[in-house]
Design a protein around this ligand. Structure first.
Ligand SMILES: [Zn+2]
Length: 462
């Protein structure tokens, strides 16, 4: 089973991951188009056990994107034809927009409607729109507002839609009043695929070239945070492939959701992860043989971002001095977030000579971690519990430091270990009922990946 799954991914990789392959660009388009129709039903059902929001972890990075909508002119023209005398217009919210200015651009000249929007609590959600968001209005021949509709956002599975509607008055014929409501509408979940290779321009440029959205990149970094130190390990020649959810409403993109499957070939080692939510349990990422991707310690306790990724060169600056140094240095801009490498308690927070501002965490099993030269601390006190990934401070150059960097020590029974070379502590495989569920989930996944492959072979042959 595992070897078959791996085989399918491997075959797919040949074309998908090699941008120099002439079929690459064409095939990627076909995939993106086909994954939606082919995956939606089955996978949406499989995902039914998972919570609706894109991530379980409330602290996980979430990017509120303004919505990308396709050109609606054709659709609008049809609608306008259908109902004589009513015109549909759409406008982007602009920076510093007032309701009056927005309505004017929509061709609405309707003081009653405007007064309603300003007064009504629900309708006032219009005041919170971000620049770029799209507002649609139906306007009658007298430039009066018939209805107004705007997507307030949500996650990949559902969006909230504000609708303001003119309703005929019950008392006086020909008189109008307005009503506002927010509907929760289910999105169609589609599955998008992206792949690419990392070259000398770095990780983020490769993600941009493959059109992987930022919020999906952030998930990918988090998924592999227990096994890959993105600051030190990512190398030219690494390849990736990723399948993620995208929520659509009436054929219109709303937002991206969770990463469903991802693989990364890093320095010739293959890392693969699948999202899986056991019944009644929280979801998480698992290797194809059913081991949790979570590790007791992060490979890198420093935020990996566009800014920090290119900072201080891409070799291991002080790694070669490890014997004297007892730690690893992560060069990063001043103020970059420093994370607790694992769950633990604060053993020390304060100043120590050469270390400058330092946090020491104590972990289960005789492990402790040291974070030195910090510019400042998060709100921490001795004895406080911290969770893996929690921000404990910010990169600086206090103490004996020639430039901004994090000095990180990883100790076992107080003896410094080299965190770059310690053996990864693997999670045990799933057992019992969870394993059965995992197997049936992955085998249905295998079926879909196979279907995708067959589809490609067929279309490629045409
Ligand atoms: Zn150091």
């Amino acid at each position: 089973m595992w070897s078959r799954l791996r085989e399918v991914f491997a075959r797919e990789l040949v074309v998908l991951v090699d941008p120099t392959n002439p079929l690459h660009a064409r095939r990627r388009k076909q995939l993106t188009a086909s994954v939606g129709t082919m995956f939606t039903l089955g996978m949406a059902a499989a995902m039914g056990v998972a919570p609706r929001n894109a991530y379980d972890d409330p602290d996980a990075p979430r990017v509120q994107e303004s919505m990308r909508l396709p050109d609606l002119r054709q659709q609008l023209a049809q609608l306008t034809d259908a109902e004589a005398g009513v015109y549909i217009r759409q406008e982007h919210m602009q920076r510093g927009d007032t309701i009056a200015a927005l309505l004017r651009r929509l061709g609405v000249d309707d003081p009653d409607a405007q007064a309603f929007i300003v007064k009504n609590r629900t309708a006032r959600a219009l005041f919170d729109l971000a620049p770029g968001q799209i507002v649609q209005a139906e306007v009658d021949e007298d430039n009066l507002l018939v209805s107004l509709q705007v997507n307030l956002g949500g996650d990949a599975a559902a969006s909230r839609e504000l609708v303001i509607e003119r309703v005929a008055s019950a008392t006086a014929a020909g008189d109008f009043s307005y009503k506002a409501r927010v509907n929760t509408v289910d999105n169609d979940l589609r599955y998008e695929m992206a792949s690419g290779a990392i070259d000398g321009r770095g990780f983020f440029k490769a993600m941009d070239a493959a059109n992987v959205p930022d919020e999906v990149v952030a998930q990918m970094i988090s998924i592999f945070s227990g096994v890959i130190d993105f600051h030190h390990d990512i190398a030219s020649g690494d390849r990736f492939r990723i399948i993620f959810e995208a929520g659509f409403r009436d054929g219109t993109f709303v937002r991206n959701g969770r990463v469903i499957a991802v693989e990364l070939i890093n320095r010739n080692s293959l890392h693969q992860a699948l999202w899986f939510a056991p019944e009644g349990g929280p979801g998480g990422y698992y290797t194809f043989d059913g081991r949790s991707m979570k590790r007791p310690f992060l490979r890198s306790p420093v935020e990996f971002s566009r800014v920090s990724s290119g900072f201080g060169g891409r070799d291991h600056p002080l790694h070669h001095q490890w014997a004297q140094h007892k730690g690893v240095d992560f060069a990063a801009p001043m103020g970059t977030k420093v994370f607790a490498a694992g769950d633990g308690t604060v053993d020390f927070v304060g100043q120590q000579n050469g270390y400058g501002n330092i946090v020491v965490l104590e972990h289960a099993g005789g492990y402790s971690t040291y974070y030195a030269h910090l510019s400042r601390f998060a709100t921490l006190r001795q004895g406080q519990h911290v969770s893996q990934g929690e921000v404990i401070g910010f990169v600086g150059q206090t103490g004996w430091a020639t430039g901004p960097h994090l000095h990180y020590e990883f100790r076992y029974n107080d003896v410094p270990q080299n965190p770059l070379t310690i053996t990864l502590m693997e999670a045990p495989t799933l057992t019992g009922k969870s394993r059965q569920e995992f197997l049936s989930y992955t085998s249905s996944m295998l079926g879909r990946i196979n279907a995708l492959r067959t589809y490609n072979v067929l279309t490629a042959a045409n």
